[in-house]
Design a protein around this ligand. Structure first.
Ligand code: DNO
Length: 345
């Protein structure tokens, strides 16, 4: 296992120098952020990123994410152009030494929360989600009411997008994913890159949109779309544990045994009702993820890939990007390494 840490580029308040001082962390998870979704990442942007990371004494081992253009997910006539651009980006990051590309196939929205600064009893703040709060969000005014969603859509654009999605069933979305992977998996294989899909977060439909990467059966189906070792998973414990139907340690055992987990996101959540949860501190005691069982399963199956502490709470007065402060994620990195040492003994 290689402990890694997400860095949002030169604008991130958490610096590479900060990350370099977290014991055991040498691998950076980052992306090229200044190229529009759908365009191929220019070589120059990729090498600038790699140089920045290397100059700090760290290495860029995971790209999270190369975003998938909406045309590909919708299966539109112009998707091949975007798939070609995606392939170029994969080739370029592979040539630059990146070994894993994380991506997701969620319609319109990426991960979704209904509160980014919910106060916990210990005085920290955290991200939360509940379907009830989501139901109160009015999308007729665009994404303005959504907390902190990174792609902002105005009302007209969002309505156009949502109406395009109304025609797309879950089965159609699966077909579009298969079409994409049939073309990208061979490119990734020859570029020396592993593909790691991130599950839908939360793992159920929101705003009536199809969401398909939600449970063990869907992970099996994903792997069988193109049954090749590079076609694999970002196993996100927090996303999967948001649904009480998912037995997270059993899933980790199954997919680690098959060698198809290429990247681990370790985060803990506490379910607070049906389709509602708070993100909590990483140790098992605070939430519904048995982190020890997860790491034990990985260790037993000889997992050598990257792992990162996923979202942290905001603690010690830190402010910044929700979920991506320094302190609680650094505590998470240390907890996970301690646990790893213990289960690997
Ligand atoms: C949230 C992250 C996601 C993830 C993408 C992967 O913090 O886990 O935004 O990066 O879904 O494509």
């Amino acid at each position: 296992m290689r402990m890694s840490f997400r860095w949002y580029g030169p604008d991130d308040r958490v610096t590479l120098a900060n990350i370099r001082q977290i014991p055991g962390v040498r691998d950076i998870v980052s992306a090229v952020y200044d190229v529009p979704v759908g365009d191929a990442w220019p070589e120059a942007n990729v090498s600038r990123l790699v140089d920045l990371v290397n100059d700090a004494g760290l290495s860029l081992s995971v790209v999270e994410s190369i975003p998938v253009h909406e045309s590909i997910k919708l299966g539109l006539a112009d998707r091949d152009r975007y798939i070609d651009a995606y392939a170029q980006s994969v080739e370029r990051v592979g040539a630059a030494g990146v070994s894993v590309v994380c991506y997701n196939f969620m319609p319109v929205f990426d991960w979704m929360r209904t509160d980014l600064a919910f106060p916990l009893p210990d005085g920290s703040s955290t991200l939360t989600f509940s379907d009830d709060a989501l139901a109160r969000i009015d999308l007729s005014r665009g994404t303005g009411e959504l907390p902190g969603w990174s792609t902002a859509y105005d009302a007209v654009t969002l309505e156009r997008l949502l109406s395009q999605w109304r025609a797309v069933t879950s089965e159609a979305l699966w077909e579009h994913l298969g079409y994409f992977l049939e073309r990208i998996v061979p490119v990734a294989a020859s570029a020396g890159v592993k593909l790691a899909i991130h599950p839908d977060d939360p793992p159920w439909s929101i705003f009536g949109l199809p969401r398909i990467i939600t449970n063990a059966a869907s992970l099996r189906r994903l792997l069988s779309l193109v049954d090749h070792p590079v076609n694999g998973l970002t196993f996100c414990t927090g996303s999967m544990a948001s649904s009480d139907e998912n037995d997270v340690p059993a899933m980790v055992r199954e997919f680690a045994e098959r060698g198809r987990i290429h990247f681990m996101h370790c985060r803990n959540v506490k379910r607070t009702g049906a389709r509602a949860f708070n993100e909590v501190a990483h140790p098992s005691a605070f939430g519904d993820v048995d982190m020890r069982a997860v790491l034990l399963a990985l260790s037993q199956h000889g997992y050598t890939g990257p792992m990162r502490p996923d979202h942290g709470r905001m603690i010690w007065g830190e402010t910044g990007r929700a979920g991506y402060g320094l302190h609680d994620r650094a505590l998470g990195a240390m907890y996970l390494q301690g646990l790893w040492e213990g289960v690997s003994a």
